[in-house]
Every structure is written in C-alpha cells, then in structure tokens.
Design a protein around this ligand. Sequence first.
Ligand SMILES: Cc1cc2nc3c(=O)[nH]c(=O)nc-3n(C[C@H](O)[C@H](O)[C@H](O)COP(=O)(O)O)c2cc1C
Length: 344
Amino acid sequence: MPLYEKLVRPLAFLLPPEAAHELALGWVASGMFECRTPQDGRLAVQALGLRLSNPIGLAAGFDKDAVAVDWWDALGFGHVEVGTVTLRPQPGNPRPRLYRLPKDRALINRMGFNNAGAHAMRVRLQASWPRVPIGINLGKNRQTPLTEAPAEYAALYRMLAPWGAYFVVNVSSPNTPGLRSLQDPAALRDILQAIRGVQPRKPLLVKVAPDLEPAQLDALLDLALQEGLDGIVATNTTVSREGLGRNPGIDGGLSGKPLQPLADAALARLARGSEGRLTLIGVGGVFDADDAWRKIALGAHLVQLYTGWVYGGPKTVARILHGLLERMDREGVRSLDELRGAAL
Ligand SMILES: Cc1cc2nc3c(=O)[nH]c(=O)nc-3n(C[C@H](O)[C@H](O)[C@H](O)COP(=O)(O)O)c2cc1C
C-alpha cells in the first residue's frame, strides 16, 4: 500500500477536514512535493487556444487564493483553476463547513466562497511564475443583490483579465443563496454580455450544477453557443444525496464518487448537444485513470478533480497519467483526440 494511504492520510484524517486542507495547501505552496509524472506527447491537449501537457487539472476551490500556483505542475497537473474569487474578500460560512464521508469516498462542503478577494489574487498572480495555465473561477459576493451580479462579475473580470489563461463564471455553487438562479438563461446572458464588454477577451466558460433538468441544460447550451462562450465546466457539487450509504443530514454540496453518475450524465448531454463546438471540462468523481478515460470518452477535452485528490494524495495525477498511457497502449488509442467522444 502506498505511503500516503498507509500513513499520511490516516494522520491527516485525524485533523478536522479544513485544517488538513490548509496543511496540505501549505505543503504544496512550500514546494516540498515533487512527483515524477510522465511527459508524453500522447497526453498533450490543445484546448481553449492553449497547449496543455496533459488533460488533468485541479478543480476550483482547492487553491482559492492562488497561493500555490507555482507548484501544482510538480504534482503533475496540466492546468489549475484558482478561485472561486469574489470582488471583495469574504469569510465564508461559519466552521465547521467541510465534512469527510470516507466510506462513500465523498466530501460535503458549505464553504460559501471564503476567499481573500480579487485584489489579493491579482497581487499573488503578478508575483507568480506558474508553469501551467491558470484558469480563474469567478463568483459573486454573498451580500451582492442578484440584480447587481452582471456589474460585479464584469468588475471582477476587469481586475483579473490579464492574469488568467481562461475564466469561469461560477453560477453553480449551492452555498451562496440565490447563486444557482443565475443559471437561468436571461440572468446568465446579462452576466456574460457584461464580461464580454471588457478587454482583453480571454476564453470564457460557465460552470454548471449537476442538478439541472435536461431541458435546463439544453437551454444553457443554446445560450453558450449564442453568446460565443468557449466552453462549459460540468459540474459543480450536487445538493442531492443519492448514492450515499446513509444520508448524514449535513447541508452543502456533495462531491466525489456519489456525484460521478450525475456529473457524467450532464457532461454526456452537453457533449452530444455541442457537437465539438465548445470545450468541455469534465469534473465530478474522478479518482483514477478509468474515471478520467470515461470523462474523455464522454466528450471532455479537460478533466478536473478535487475530492479524488484529497483521498488519493500527491501521487494521484501521476497515477492517472500512467494509467491513461497504459490503457492507450492496451486499446491501441494513439491520441486523446481519438478517444474523445468515443462513448457517446
Ligand atoms: C471543499 C470544496 C470547495 C469547493 N469550492 C469550489 C469553489 O470555490 N468554486 C467552484 O467552482 N467549485 C468548488 N468546488 C467544486 C469542485 O471544483 C468540483 O466541481 C466538485 O467538487 C466535483 O469534483 P470532485 O468530485 O472531483 O470533487 C469545491 C469542492 C469542494 C469539495
């Protein structure tokens, strides 16, 4: 059994989840981790006008304040999504607000966009030298009325536009009251148009919830195509409790294994409907190479993980990349382009 699972994880899991998260982030930011990850042209992906060394990225919410952006590549990540960042700093919800469900290989969180704000992120990114593309995930402050959301997202984008390789409009976190209502096409259109009025234009995506009805997902897809969006991130955490051994009765968004079927279904629907016109980032329940393989076969250009990394430890991405290459050899798949959408 690898050292992480035998020793490090049991010790880390003795700490409250958020303390363990802060410790892990501090370790990554100190540059003390280095994993040997395969560098192989067959893993390279061209997406969002970027060339990425591999398709695996860190999902939003782990490095909310971009404190470790210079180091994630040492753990194998081909890109990192920082944030969710809000215009003004905010403390988030009271603790405890992050829970482990080890038997279900899941987490429940109701962090509520705790972050140091856009100015602090800009200062950090200005002083950083990341070796992989950094996406920036944007959210609105809790106190901001929904009607003021377009102006706020635009101001946030204006502040950070030079520093992100791509941007994600997050309207799918379940932990900011009313936020998910901004997935309504009329509301979202105003936000997207407000951002599009700001230069420089960077690739722009929207992150969706796994709890949308198929018709709502189709409406979002139509909007994305009409507004010239570059892609969709599918998905955020779920408010459903399906797939759990026992419902723990904790409020918040559920991530990890139980989210996987919902996230995969949303991804597949978007892939079928978009017919290659959008870049899709598949997130939700990725733990190993087979999970990443399935997301790509369902149409994902890029794959992100959060919960799988918490359970799998620092070598997770290296294992996934090795596993992808092995399976490509076994099945005679020469590139990820060839695999993409094969399961649709
Ligand atoms: C503790 C925690 C905090 C998160 N914070 C954010 C966030 O700030 N913004 C966001 O878009 N997604 C956030 N997410 C959602 C993840 O980015 C991801 O979409 C979700 O967890 C599903 O992926 P997973 O099953 O690999 O964890 C968070 C998830 C967790 C577990």
